[in-house]
Design a protein around this ligand. Structure first.
Ligand code: ASP
Ligand code: MG
Length: 418
């Protein structure tokens, strides 16, 4: 049994979905397919939500109509009989319109999950109907009924024990060799839809892989596999065929966008290998992440993460007990969901580097009760693993460095964005 995950870029067009048919048809094993929303649908649904929350229903419906026509165009280009596709998504759009008709009754994040999760419902309905039309029998599953999460809306975590039985029962491979479920979405114990964080479909694939004890998980992407750096930013990138779980976690945590940071744990816990495979070249080897690797990585890895803020805090009561200050600071940051990517402390201050997102202001306000807070925005963090002086010199030349950290294995530089 295997899990295949297809991301938004793989399903953004009729051509992409035809490619899924080709890839899936070649598989003989039992297969669980995880699919993201098509193309930029999640972003579009965020805009629908925004209008809905401002009770601008007309604008919400107009934006939703754009989402509908984007999907209908794909259906028309894809299906032998487009009615087979239109018929499965029409009821979903009716349901969304009905919801938009109501007043937003819950908080923003809860409504977000209710509404934005439809992106994946729509994409999976289309992929499932298309495979059926093409003679590939499959069964569509609603992950909102199978993956039980906590109620941390927009960043939900899957509760493994509660989900186990549901998913084993739903995907027991007795009725079908292929199951199709949505990435990114689940529901809390009360059945309220939740989402797992942007780009969270990788995490779904890993969770399903763990729960069903599969032989491997493959993430099909529009890249040749894992590279030592992002080719959009760095020159002369090199393909890395094999990576350990530990390296992969470090990479994801430092901001490498190839895999979602939450993906590795469920796989490592069951020693399930994760393949990152090029969608456009299914016979290529791609990259594999697993426990034991044949040979260590020989090239330096460079990861650039931007849109960061350096927050420096000094206790107002001039207390120099670092443990206490750190505990207070991290409790507040955790509460406000700030993602910390670097920490530095001295006798009288703590500096952290966090993402510049909509939670920042609330967190800074609360931190100001305890600390004298100052901050710098528009920063980027360069992490170099397996580093040499020459690479550091080249990558940081002429740049203003606000903070640096170096260990035997890696070097990190927080710099002003160019
Ligand atoms: N559709 C979601 C997003 O765009 C989840 C994913 O693609 O992994 O963030
Ligand atoms: Mg996506």
């Amino acid at each position: 049994m295997k899990v295949y995950k297809f991301g938004g870029a793989s399903v953004r067009s009729a051509e992409g979905i035809r490619n899924i048919l080709r890839i899936v048809s070649a598989v003989e094993d039992d297969l669980f397919i995880v699919v993201s929303a098509m193309g930029k649908t999640t972003n579009a649904m965020e805009i629908v939500l925004d209008h809905f929350m401002k009770v601008k229903d007309v604008d919400a419906l107009a934006k939703l109509a754009e989402v509908a026509s984007y999907h209908n165009e794909i259906i028309d280009a894809l299906f032998a009989n487009p009615e087979n596709g239109r018929a499965v998504i029409a009821p979903v759009f009716d349901e969304i319109r009905k919801y938009i008709d109501e007043e937003p009754a819950d908080d923003y994040d809860k409504c977000y999950d209710r509404l934005v999760s439809y992106g994946e419902i729509i994409s999976t309905k289309i992929v499932s109907a298309y495979l059926s039309e093409s003679g590939v029998a499959n069964k569509w599953l609603d992950m909102r009924k199978l993956l039980v999460t906590d109620s941390n809306f927009r960043e939900a975590n899957v509760r493994m024990e509660e989900s186990q039985e549901r998913i084993e029962k739903a995907a027991d491979f007795s009725e079908s060799k292929i199951y199709i479920g949505q990435g990114f979405i689940g529901a809390n114990i009360n059945g309220n839809p939740t989402t797992l964080g942007r780009e969270g479909s990788d995490y779904t694939a890993a969770v399903v892989g763990n729960l069903l004890n599969v032989e491997s998980v493959s993430i099909w992407k529009d890249v040749p596999g894992i590279l030592n750096a992002d080719p959009r930013i760095f020159e002369n990138t090199v393909h890395i065929p094999e990576l350990s779980y530990l390296d992969a976690v470090e990479l994801a945590y430092s901001g490498a966008q190839v895999i979602h940071p939450k993906t590795i744990k469920p796989l490592e816990n069951k020693k399930i290998p994760l393949y990152v495979r090029p969608f456009n070249d299914p016979s290529a080897i791609g990259s594999v992440i697993r426990g034991r690797i044949q040979k260590p990585i020989s090239v330096p890895i460079l990861i650039l993460r931007n849109n960061l803020v350096l927050v420096t805090m000094r206790p107002r009561d001039f207390s120099f007990v670092l443990e206490e200050s750190l505990t207070k600071a991290f409790t507040v940051m955790n509460k406000h969901r700030l993602k910390v990517s670097l920490v530095q402390s001295s006798a009288i201050s703590i500096s952290v580097c966090v993402d510049d997102n909509r939670y920042l202001t609330g967190a800074l306000d609360e931190l100001s009760n305890e600390f004298r807070v100052s901050y710098n925005r528009d920063l980027e963090l360069l992490t170099i693993r397996g580093t040499t002086d020459e690479i550091i010199e080249k990558s940081t030349k002429g740049r203003e460095i606000l903070l640096s950290q170096r260990t035997r294995k890696s070097a990190r530089y927080l710099m002003r964005q160019k």
